[in-house]
Design a protein. Structure first.
Length: 280
């Protein structure tokens, strides 16, 4: 049987939370045994929509990442479970907690690096995203979260179906998996997760006006690679898509102004240089 994967394009996700709501709608109050018992009304999000705020005011960007169970090929939860068959992998690759076999020992909870497991105190069992395996068994082609997504940020299907796209994204550096993917081998792939940025606003303190058209050159101190841009009509400049943990030098040149330089700009975090006064 073909193995299933999720493919999530972060660049398309607008944070509408439809996926998270659809998951709750499908599982709260519904018993889908032997795949899953009802999800509690509160306290559990088998698929959680995670919001990330980057930079500082006014250079702020946001993105959202839907995080279901990663359905790992090397699932730590299966290894941690002392009851044979209580957590198992289906032929299609989906990892399921059997609600009848789970004893509620909770040994699996701490093993998951993605915080994808939840304990149901009322039922004394561990629960999580099932990939809507009960719907797939009934003939659905995708889980509820994928079916409801209005921007097609979430996709689901046979791994072979996405092989060419995954290979291109990997070559382009736009493919990501969460956590220690080499160890867990998750079956959820992410496209276009934003990288780091450096930005600022240029102005002339003497004239109290913004400076547009200034040439901004960013140089990677390790590789020597250069990136160039210009300040826009609002005096803003942005360097986006920068690799995390790199160190850069920035030179700002504008006609009639002294060159402004910054050394050792570190992209461990996004960098907002704020308002930059250019001297004459």
């Amino acid at each position: 049987m073909a193995k299933k994967v999720f493919l999530i394009d972060v660049g398309r996700c607008n944070g509408c939370y439809s996926c998270q709501i659809a998951c709750k709608d499908e599982h709260v109050g519904n018993d889908w045994s032997p795949i899953a018992k009802p999800q509690p009304d509160t306290g559990q999000f088998w698929l959680r929509q995670t919001e990330y705020v980057r930079g500082t005011v006014p250079k702020v960007k946001m993105h959202y990442i839907p995080i279901p169970c990663q359905h790992c090929d090397e699932a730590p939860c299966i290894e941690a479970c002392p009851i044979e068959g209580a957590i198992y992998r289906r032929d299609d690759g989906l990892v399921i907690v059997d609600p009848e076999k789970c004893t509620g020992c909770r040994k699996c909870l701490l093993s998951c690096p993605y915080d994808a497991l939840f304990f149901n105190e009322d039922l004394n069992i561990v629960q999580k995203c099932t990939g809507c395996a009960h719907l797939l068994d009934e003939g659905w082609s995708v889980p509820r979260c994928v079916d409801i997504c209005p921007t097609q940020a979430m996709r689901f299907g046979d791994e072979e179906e996405f092989q060419e796209e995954l290979a291109k994204a990997k070559a382009a550096g736009t493919l990501t998996q969460l956590g220690d993917a080499q160890a867990t081998k998750p079956r959820v792939y992410y496209l276009n997760v934003p990288k780091k940025f450096i930005g600022g606003l240029l102005y002339d303190p003497a004239e109290k006006e913004i400076v547009k058209g200034a040439k901004c050159t960013l140089t990677d101190q390790a590789s020597g690679e250069k990136h160039t841009t210009q300040s826009d009509g609002f005096g803003d400049f942005w360097f986006e898509g920068l690799e995390e943990g790199r160190t850069f030098t920035l030179a700002i040149e504008a006609e009639g102004f002294q060159t402004k330089t910054y050394d050792k700009l570190d992209t461990t975090q996004d960098v907002n240089l704020g308002e930059i006064a250019l001297g004459r």
